[in-house]
Each structure stands twice: as C-alpha cells, then as structure tokens.
Design a protein around this ligand. Structure first.
Ligand SMILES: CC(C)(COP(=O)(O)OP(=O)(O)OC[C@H]1O[C@@H](n2cnc3c(N)ncnc32)[C@H](O)[C@@H]1OP(=O)(O)O)[C@@H](O)C(=O)NCCC(=O)NCCS
Length: 239
C-alpha cells in the first residue's frame, strides 16, 4: 500500500497552469463536464414524472389521432428529446458559459490574483506526456454582509481524465487546493457540484467535506430543473 502511494505520488506532477496547457485543459474541461449529460438523461427518464408524462402524451395523442400509433410514438419521443435537450443544456451550456468567462483567459482569471490558483496534473499515460487533471481554487466572492469579514475559499474545475480515475489523482488535486486555502488563511472552503456527479460527491465526503444544503438553481431556468431533476449539492470544509 505504501509503495502504491509512493508510485501514485511520483506518477503525477501537480504544477501551476501555463498558457501552453490551454488546449489540453479546455479539452479536459469540456469532456469532464459533458460526460454527465448521458447519465443525467437516463436518470431523468427514470423519474416517475417523466415516465408518466411520456405515457400521458403518447396515450392522449393516440386517442385523439384515431388510435394510430405513429403520431403517438413520435409525440412520446418528442418529450424524450426535450428531456435530453434540457440535460444537454445543463452541462454543455455550462461549459459554453465558462469558456466565455473565467476559462477564456485562465492566466488572468486565476493566476494573476494571489488569492486564487489553477493547477494541472501532468504525467505519462501509454507513453504520452500530457495533462490528465486540473483543479482551481479562488477566494469566494462575498454573498452578504456576514461573510464580509471572513476569508472563504472555493474549489472548482476539478476534473481527472477518464483514463486515470480511481488512482488517487483526484484526491491529490483536491488536497493541493485545500493546502492552498489553508496557506491563504481561509477559514472554510465551499464548493458546489451536481447530483449526477456522484464520484465527486464521494471524493469530497471522503476528504472531510460536509454537505450543507442542496439548491436547484442552475444557469438555466426552473423549467429545465423540473425536467432534468438535477439538483446542486453544496459542500463545505471548515479549516
Ligand atoms: C470526481 C473525480 C475528479 C475523482 O477523481 P479520481 O482521480 O477518480 O478520484 P480518486 O481516485 O482520488 O478517488 C478518491 C475517492 O473518491 C471516491 N470516488 C471516486 N470515484 C468514485 C466513483 N466513481 N463512485 C463513487 N465514489 C468515487 C471514492 O471514495 C474514492 O476512494 P476509493 O477509490 O478509495 O474508493 C473524477 O471522477 C472526475 O473527474 N469526474 C468528472 C468531473 C467531475 O465530476 N468533477 C467534479 C466537479 S465538482
């Protein structure tokens, strides 16, 4: 076990982001977020609301259309398509939004400010050197007066390439970000994930984060949230 831990430690170099990492980081970011579309869709389609709605739409059209199957089937499929679209928008829309905001200039957004940082994990997989993980930490913007006095950190952009998971890299990246927040004297770290990201929730709980509350607010409308059934757990670690 100890030898394995040493191997994992030596396998990856965790360092600050450099502009030459940009293409690899953006690919990792896009893939790491949009991979949740499919599980979100399957989960949403298993929800009783969506099962019932698909059935009601199909049966209603079947009866209204003189008991022909084709239009009934198409209407049911149309609802399934809407569910997929909403799941797609939740994650792909998030990626697009971030590519036009903080991820547009990673250096300026995270590294030019001493209160934040962006790390990548570099290593060799199948003989190829590349970037296989990333994470960012920032000083959280104040939510209200109460937090005015408090220095609070936030972790996000945590992604490990699918080819390297379950080998401790996510843990190392998170610990790097936690250590940074400690050095910056943040009193606590907060983060937000989605109910579909069960691996991330498992990782954070294992590292000592506590679930504080869950909200349904996404960058999309309430209607999207109702269709997709995706919720957004918030977690916190007191330092
Ligand atoms: C979440 C993520 C970063 C974890 O990376 P990782 O390198 O696989 O994590 P680790 O190997 O350090 O795993 C540490 C612990 O996390 C938990 N965990 C990791 N993957 C898990 C999974 N698929 N299911 C349940 N728990 C999981 C386990 O407790 C694990 O410990 P164990 O392997 O001893 O059981 C990775 O799965 C990922 O990039 N997911 C997609 C992007 C994402 O959702 N990012 C989170 C943004 S908030």
């Amino acid at each position: 076990m100890l030898l394995y831990k040493i191997y994992i430690f030596l396998r990856w170099v965790i360092r600050r982001y450099k502009p030459s990492d940009r293409a690899a980081v953006l690919t990792l970011f896009r893939n790491g977020i949009t991979e949740h579309i499919r599980p979100a869709f399957f989960k949403a389609m298993c929800h009783p609301d969506n099962v019932a709605l698909t059935a009601i739409i199909s049966v209603t059209i079947y009866l209204l259309d003189g008991c022909t199957c084709s239009l009934a089937l198409m209407s049911g499929l149309a609802w399934v398509g809407i569910v997929y679209y909403c799941c797609h928008e939740t994650y792909a829309g998030y990626v697009e939004e971030k590519l036009h905001t903080d991820m547009r200039d990673i250096q300026a957004s995270f590294l030019d400010n001493p209160d934040s940082c962006f790390w990548v994990a570099e290593g060799i997989v199948d003989g190829e050197t590349g970037i296989f993980g990333m994470v960012a930490a920032v000083r959280k913007a104040h939510d209200g007066e109460e937090e005015e006095q408090e220095r609070c950190g936030e972790i996000f952009r945590m992604i490990v390439s699918s080819s390297c998971r379950r080998s401790g890299l996510g843990t190392r990246l998170t610990r790097t970000a936690i250590e940074f927040c400690r050095e910056r004297k943040y009193s606590r770290i907060v983060l937000r994930t989605s109910s579909i990201q069960t691996a991330a929730i498992g990782l954070y709980l294992r590292l000592g984060f506590k679930h504080t509350h869950t909200d349904t607010l996404s960058h999309r409308s309430d209607w999207h949230t109702w269709v997709t059934k995706i919720t957004f757990p918030r977690m916190e670690m007191v330092l």
